[in-house]
Design a protein around this ligand. Structure first.
Ligand SMILES: [Zn+2]
Length: 117
């Protein structure tokens, strides 16, 4: 008799989750830093955590996720490969996100953001 082992099967979800990593997040954060370093384009842009998270979320929702099971090579090389694959220019999406968020910052309901520095 062959018994099915189904009931004994438990996925170690916590363990797997630890190993899963969406590299699109790294790419986007990397580009955000790059862009925000040249802040002359975005003079009055707020860099409080809320606004930064909004930019990241906006961008990440518009770029496909990229999970790499066993990353090899530099993040930079992966980024170029990724942009080529999905035919997306992360910089332009981040730039658009910054413009949109800075016009409608969530932190301010008529107040200035205290975290802004
Ligand atoms: Zn802010």
């Amino acid at each position: 008799m062959v018994e099915k082992k189904q009931e004994d099967f438990n996925l170690d979800k916590d363990r797997l989750r630890e190993e899963l990593h969406n590299y699109t997040e790294d790419f986007v954060l990397e580009k955000m830093e790059e862009i925000l370093k040249n802040k002359e384009d975005f003079d009055d842009f707020c860099t409080c955590e809320n606004c930064l998270l909004d930019i990241a979320s906006y961008t990440l929702n518009r770029i496909p996720a990229k999970y790499i099971a066993s990353p090899r090579g530099s993040l930079h090389a992966k980024l170029i490969e990724f942009e080529h694959q999905v035919n997306v220019d992360i910089v332009s999406v981040v730039t658009r996100a910054i413009r949109i968020i800075s016009k409608n910052p969530r932190h301010n309901n008529g107040e200035n953001c205290e975290d802004n520095n």
